[in-house]
Write a protein that binds this ligand. Structure first.
Ligand SMILES: NC(=O)c1ccc[n+]([C@@H]2O[C@H](COP(=O)([O-])OP(=O)(O)OC[C@H]3O[C@@H](n4cnc5c(N)ncnc54)[C@H](OP(=O)(O)O)[C@@H]3O)[C@@H](O)[C@H]2O)c1
Length: 392
C-alpha cells in the first residue's frame, strides 16, 4: 500500500534470530545501498552487535536503524511498522507472529514472512485476508527456503509448458534430492510445536486446498497416480525411486495449491485439474526404507511431551552465536540459549578470544570457535550433546 512519506523502505522484525540475521546480511549485500531500513529486536545488545556486523560487512551503504519495541506492545508495534513501506517478519511465528500481522493490518504496511506453519497461516488468512484486500495491503507468506523455490518453480514450469508446447499441466512432481541437514533453531521449535496439534487439526491439514480460495477436487485417476507401496515408495519415469518422506511436502503442497487457487481466474491460471506432489529422492530401496524409518521414529517420539522437552533442551541447536572480529585475536561474544547454557556452566553469555589464524596458518572460522568452545569453555564432559560429526 502506498504510504505518505514513510521513514523506512523495509523494517526487519525479529532481526536478532537465525533467519533474521541471514535476512539482514542479504539486505546488506544485495539490496540497493541507499534503501532506508531498520532492524527490530527485543534485545538491544543483540541488535547492536548485529548492526556492528552489518557495518563491517558493507561500510559504504546506508546502515539500518536499530529499533527495540516490545512485540507485545500492540500500539507501539503498529506505530513502528507503520513507519515502513514493507515489514519483513522473521520472528518465532507460533509465539508472536500474529502480533506482527495485526500491526501490519493496523498500520497498512505490506508484509512478508517465512512461516511454514500451515494451520497458523490458515487462521491468519481467515481472520485478516478480507481486511487486507479491502485496505490494499499486500501479504506474502512462506517466502522461505522450504517453500518459495517449490512454489516459484511450479509457476515457471506451468508457464514454460504452456508457452513452448501449448499444453496444460496436470501435475508437477518434485523430487527433493537434498535439504539442509540441520534446520534452524526456530524451525525445530515450530516442528515441535506442530506436534502438539490435535487429531482434528491433523485431519483438517490433509486437505491440500485448505489455504486455497478455490476448492479442488480429487479424481479417481489422480488418487491412483499417487499410490505408493507399503514402504511409501514409488517409481517415476525421469525421477527414479521416490519416497513419501519429504519434510516440506505438506506445507509446500498447501502453498502451491493456494497459488493455484489465487491465480485460477487469471491469465496465469494452472487449469482446474492441476495437482502438486512432492517426494524425497531415494537412491535405493534400502535408503528409502531408512528415510521412512527416520520419519516414523521422529514422528512417534514427538508425540511424547517428555521427548519434546528433551529435544528442545539438548538435541537441537537454538541459534548461531554472533561472532565479531576485532584485531589479532577474534574477540567473541557467544550466546548459548535454548538449553545449551546447561552445557556451559549455566552461563548464557561468554566473552572469549581466539587466535585469528589456526595452527596451520589458515584464517579462523566458526569451526575454530566451536573447537575453542569445546576445549576451553565447556566444562561439561558430554561434548557429543554440543557437537556431533563436526556439526552443532
Ligand atoms: N519455511 C522455511 O523455510 C523456514 C526457514 C527458516 C525459518 N523458518 C521459520 O522462521 C521462524 C524463525 O526461525 P529462526 O530459526 O530464525 O528462529 P530464532 O533464531 O529463534 O529467532 C526468532 C526471533 O523471534 C524473536 N522472538 C521470539 N520470541 C519472542 C517474543 N516472545 N517476543 C519478541 N521476540 C521474540 C527472537 O528474539 P530474540 O533474538 O531476542 O530471542 C528472534 O529474533 C520460525 O518460526 C521458523 O519456523 C521457516
Amino acid at each position: 500500500m502506498a504510504k505518505n512519506d514513510p521513514v523506512y523502505d523495509i523494517i526487519l522484525v525479529g532481526a536478532t534470530g537465525y533467519t533474521g540475521m541471514l535476512t539482514a546480511e542479504h539486505i546488506t549485500q544485495f539490496l540497493p545501498t541507499n534503501i532506508r531500513w531498520a532492524i527490530e529486536g527485543r534485545s538491544k545488545g543483540k541488535l547492536d552487535r548485529l548492526a556492528t556486523r552489518l557495518g563491517r560487512l558493507s561500510p559504504d551503504r546506508t546502515q539500518p536503524v536499530a529499533e527495540t519495541v516490545g512485540i507485545s506492545e500492540d500500539i507501539a508495534l503498529a506505530q513502528l511498522v507503520g513507519k515502513s513501506k514493507v515489514c519483513i517478519s522473521v520472528v518465532s511465528y507460533w509465539q508472536v507472529g500474529e502480533k506482527v500481522v495485526e500491526a501490519c493490518i493496523e498500520s497498512g504496511t505490506d508484509y512478508v514472512d517465512a512461516t511454514g506453519d500451515i494451520y497458523r497461516l490458515k487462521g491468519w488468512i481467515d481472520k485478516y485476508q478480507e481486511q487486507a484486500m479491502a485496505d490494499g495491503v499486500t501479504f506474502i507468506h512462506a517466502c522461505a527456503a522450504f517453500t518459495a523455490p517449490h512454489d516459484i518453480l511450479t509457476l515457471l514450469l506451468v508457464r514454460e509448458l504452456r508457452s513452448t508446447a501449448s499444453v496444460q499441466t496436470r501435475k508437477v512432481i518434485i523430487s527433493v534430492v537434498d535439504l539442509p541437514k540441520k534446520p534452524s533453531g526456530g524451525t525445530v521449535e515450530s516442528i515441535i510445536h506442530g506436534a502438539t496439534y490435535s487429531r482434528d487439526t491433523v485431519v483438517e491439514l490433509q486437505n491440500p486446498w485448505i489455504l486455497s480460495p478455490v476448492a479442488g477436487t480429487t479424481t479417481g485417476s489422480t488418487e491412483e497416480d499417487d499410490q505408493t507401496d507399503i514402504f511409501g515408495m514409488r517409481s517415476e519415469s525421469g525421477l527414479g525411486l521416490l519416497t513419501d518422506t519429504s519434510y516440506s511436502a505438506t506445507q509446500d503442497r498447501h502453498i502451491v495449491h493456494r497459488t493455484w487457487g489465487l491465480l485460477s481466474d487469471s491469465d496465469w491460471g494452472y487449469g482446474s485439474r492441476f495437482r502438486y506432489r512432492e517426494y524425497s529422492h531415494a537412491g535405493s530401496r534400502i535408503s528409502g526404507i531408512v528415510k521412512l524409518l527416520d520419519v516414523l521414529l521422529a514422528t512417534f517420539m514427538l508425540l511424547f511431551a517428555l521427548f519434546r522437552t528433551l529435544a528442545k533442551r539438548f538435541v537441537f541447536p537454538a541459534s548461531f552465536p554472533f561472532v565479531d572480529v576485532v584485531t589479532e585475536s577474534h574477540d567473541v561474544l557467544s550466546d548459548a540459549s535454548g538449553g545449551l547454557e546447561m552445557l556451559f556452566s549455566d552461563q548464557r553469555r561468554h566473552s572469549l578470544s581466539i587466535p585469528v589464524a589456526t595452527a596451520e596458518g589458515k584464517p579462523a572460522t566458526v569451526a575454530s570457535l566451536i573447537d575453542h568452545l569445546c576445549r576451553n569453555t565447556m566444562k561439561d564432559t558430554r561434548k557429543e550433546l554440543f557437537v556431533l560429526d563436526d556439526h552443532l
